[in-house]
Design a protein around this ligand. Structure first.
Ligand SMILES: Cc1cc2nc3c(=O)[nH]c(=O)nc-3n(C[C@H](O)[C@H](O)[C@H](O)COP(=O)(O)OP(=O)(O)OC[C@H]3O[C@@H](n4cnc5c(N)ncnc54)[C@H](O)[C@@H]3O)c2cc1C
Length: 374
């Protein structure tokens, strides 16, 4: 590989870590976009870079999404760079459609994702390298692209009495569809897209549904154009620049109103109650004396960034986030986070993958620095 200090030529050695230029962690939208761009500018898979993913199959987090989340219900899915997703049946589960598409994509661009490989820790190595410790040995890299998404870190808020509840508690990450709630009284917690979708699906099966959210939901009835998209991304960007934990997407975009939402609002399925004050053995209760009996509490309370394996690098700010400078950590230009904060959407992940690769090319001396205007 020319003058670059690359290649896993010492991969066979039993004692040393395997050396590459770049380790990509995660093969979802963000990781595959990064791998595509690495390849496009001349990095060779398995020699200059590797992609590691701990899931069993291609598809990123999509492979785990519930079967009733059909491709037709997923509105804002952008194709990966270089290959369109065409002719998908809107009635098929998005988990199947997108896993199939990602499989073809990995094959078409020969990305050679290694799976299942779990990344457990990333630490400082010798000579300015990073050591990536995994379930399948240690890698040594000059740069890292972290694309681990959020699915593996469901967020469960804590409420008094939660552990005393006799019914079932589950999170969106465990939701498998509405049938299992037939005849039950269900409390759904959370004001995001997942919470509203769960309610609309479950209501026809359940004995009753109750919707509770911390803040009143903001329904957005107008078009959501590029300007609004840019403004939403800018708000999240500002937070991560300051090292604060990224906001949820819905908190900056609002809930888009479609016909199904309009109908659910009209027939009371989306009548929202303020957050309860405690969980009781038989349901949920408010301090003003109100109670709702429940057989199940479904926590649609979102996800947090899966970045615990980066803890040894000590990049976290007191605000709980990693302060970012474009796609890399402000404290460490080797460490890129794609699909994080402002790039946590399919289109954002695409763009961040490309930007991270450009930056890494410069960092590794493979591309001339951008001239500074004087
Ligand atoms: C229900 C739901 C619906 C959504 N719908 C849309 C939509 O319509 N449009 C849109 O733009 N966005 C949508 N999103 C957001 C969407 O998930 C993201 O935009 C995008 O798919 C995330 O891609 P990603 O590559 O960042 O993460 P993921 O798809 O989560 O990929 C991360 C990968 O990293 C791997 N990984 C994680 N930790 C490790 C580790 N330690 N070691 C090894 N591998 C690891 C995982 O196995 C996974 O394959 C939705 C999110 C949810 C929850």
């Amino acid at each position: 590989m020319g003058v670059h200090d690359t290649g896993i030529r010492d991969a066979a050695s039993a004692d040393g870590p395997r050396r590459v230029d770049v380790v990509v962690i995660g093969a979802g939208q963000a990781g595959l976009s990064a791998a595509y761009h690495l390849r496009r500018v001349g990095f060779e898979p398995e020699q200059d870079f590797v992609v590691l993913d701990h899931a069993p199959r291609p598809g990123g987090a999509w492979q785990f999404r519930w079967p009733s989340l059909t491709y037709g219900k997923v509105h804002g899915m952008h194709a990966l760079p270089g290959m369109e997703l065409t002719g998908a049946d809107p009635a098929r589960p998005s988990s199947e459609v997108i896993s199939g598409y990602f499989t073809s994509y990995e094959e078409a661009f020969d990305l050679r994702v290694r799976r299942p490989v779990d990344v457990r820790a990333v630490r400082e190595g010798e000579g300015g390298r990073l050591l990536v410790e995994t379930s399948d040995g240690v890698w040594s890299a000059r740069a890292l692209i972290n694309a681990t998404g959020t699915w593996d870190r469901p967020f469960w808020p804590r409420y008094p009495g939660q552990e005393t509840f006799h019914g079932r508690q589950l999170h969106t990450a465990q939701y498998q569809g509405p049938e299992e709630f037939a005849g039950q009284r269900v409390v759904v917690v959370g004001g995001g897209a997942s919470g509203t979708q769960h309610l609309m699906e479950i209501a026809p099966y359940a004995a009753s549904t109750t919707w509770v959210t911390r803040r009143p939901p903001v329904f957005r009835d107008g078009p959501f154009g590029e300007d609004q998209g840019r403004a939403a991304v800018a708000m999240v960007e500002e937070r991560v620049r300051q090292g604060l934990a990224p906001l949820s997407v819905v908190s900056v975009t609002g809930l888009p109103v479609n016909d199904a939402i309009r109908e659910a609002r009209a027939n009371g399925v989306l009548d929202r109650h303020p957050m309860f004050d405690r969980v009781t053995p038989t349901g949920v209760a408010w301090d003003d004396g109100q109670e709702v009996a429940a057989d199940a509490i479904l926590w649609a309370t979102g996800f947090r960034a899966s970045i615990e394996h980066l803890a040894p690098l000590k990049l976290r700010e007191p605000g709980g986030g990693i302060r970012m400078d474009d796609t890399h950590a402000a404290l460490d230009p080797r460490v890129h986070l794609v699909g994080y904060g402002p790039s946590a959407s399919t289109i954002g992940a695409n763009r961040a993958g490309r930007a991270a690769v450009r930056d890494i090319e410069r960092l590794l001396g493979r591309r001339a620095p951008t001239p500074v205007a004087v």
